[in-house]
Ligand binder design. Structure first.
Ligand code: R5P
Length: 301
């Protein structure tokens, strides 16, 4: 017998307005549901922030220190990261499909460190990104580089493809050896990425006027770590970037080249998500012990 549709029952809540929650991320309110849902996997809806681990360095540098054995050195860290940035080769071969982390897929490449890095092209078809169930694709743009226009076209092509599938694009502002790293340069590079359609941008922190880079970019900005420095220096950089409006970090070498990568990730999480200062995080880092990984550890996790 069919249910009786009894309008007298109060389950209709006629006097309660339909919920219209604004999407929590900067500049992202007008996207389609799939794209919002993917972004909400990368950035925690509770605070709009993310701790991403970047391990894509091999796509032009080969097995850098700390990434010699991703199965042993990185896979055990996955429970501590909000998102993982890597290539499809490393994803398919090495990351267990049971992993719950959203994936930000490196989608540009070409030259090695032996050549002009700005001569990159799109290196992943968007259908393959969808097949891999990734949450975003990442493309390097070399503003001011020899092949600037080519890398910008890679970004715009990926944005067009990503919009068809609801896959966001992360614009990564690369800096060549000869490029100035100041707020003026990063305002230009980040704003160009956003204007040309990137749904979020990764850039470098600069001590002078980083807040102007964030303020003039209408989408979330996350900061890269850069080359390995002392832990306190890296933590201080993250503290300052967060204070000046960054939406998180996408850090590589300062995590996986640290003597205590797990503890470093914990420290980063405390700064990004819990509002700790770099001093607090450093005290935590110093006082925490961390055993070295073995192949058994990695298989067990
Ligand atoms: C460049 O190699 C990649 O885009 C890295 O993902 C990026 O540089 C972040 O890694 P790191 O913190 O080591 O600079």
């Amino acid at each position: 017998m069919p249910d009786i549709d009894d309008a007298s029952i109060s389950r209709f809540y006629e006097n309660v307005p339909f919920s219209r929650k604004e999407f929590f991320l900067k500049g992202s309110s007008s996207y389609d549901w799939g794209m919002k849902n993917r972004l909400a996997r990368i950035f925690r809806p509770s605070d709009g922030r993310t701790v991403m681990l970047a391990i894509d360095h091999g796509y032009f540098q080969g097995p850098v220190r700390g990434l010699e054995r991703v199965d042993l050195n990185i896979v055990p860290l996955l429970p501590q990261v909000d998102a993982l940035m890597l290539t499809r080769g490393m994803l398919r071969t090495t990351v267990p499909a049971m992993a719950q982390n959203p994936i930000v897929l490196r989608a540009s490449g070409g030259p090695s460190i032996l050549k002009d890095l700005s001569n990159e092209e799109i290196a992943v078809n968007i259908e393959d990104a969808a097949r891999l169930n990734v949450s975003a694709v990442a493309v390097q743009v070399y503003i001011g580089g020899e092949y600037e226009t080519k890398t910008i076209h890679s970004l715009t092509k990926l944005v067009d493809a990503g919009l068809k599938f609801g896959i966001p694009v992360l614009g990564v502002t690369a800096v060549g050896r000869d490029m100035t790293r100041d707020a003026k340069y990063f305002r230009l590079a980040c704003r160009m990425c956003a204007e040309l359609g990137a749904q979020f941008v990764k850039t470098y922190y600069v001590p002078q006027d980083f807040g102007t880079v964030v303020a003039s970019c209408p989408v979330p900005i996350i900061v890269a770590g850069g080359k390995k420095v002392e832990e306190f220096e890296a933590l201080k950089m993250v503290e300052q970037a967060m204070e000046e409006g960054a939406a998180g970090v996408d850090m590589g070498r300062n995590v996986f080249q640290s003597e205590k990568p797990r503890t470093m990730l914990d420290a980063l999480n405390h700064i990004v998500h819990d509002g700790w200062t770099a001093d607090q995080a450093m005290e935590f880092f110093r006082s925490s012990s961390e055993g070295s990984l073995t192949s058994t550890d990695a298989r067990d996790e």
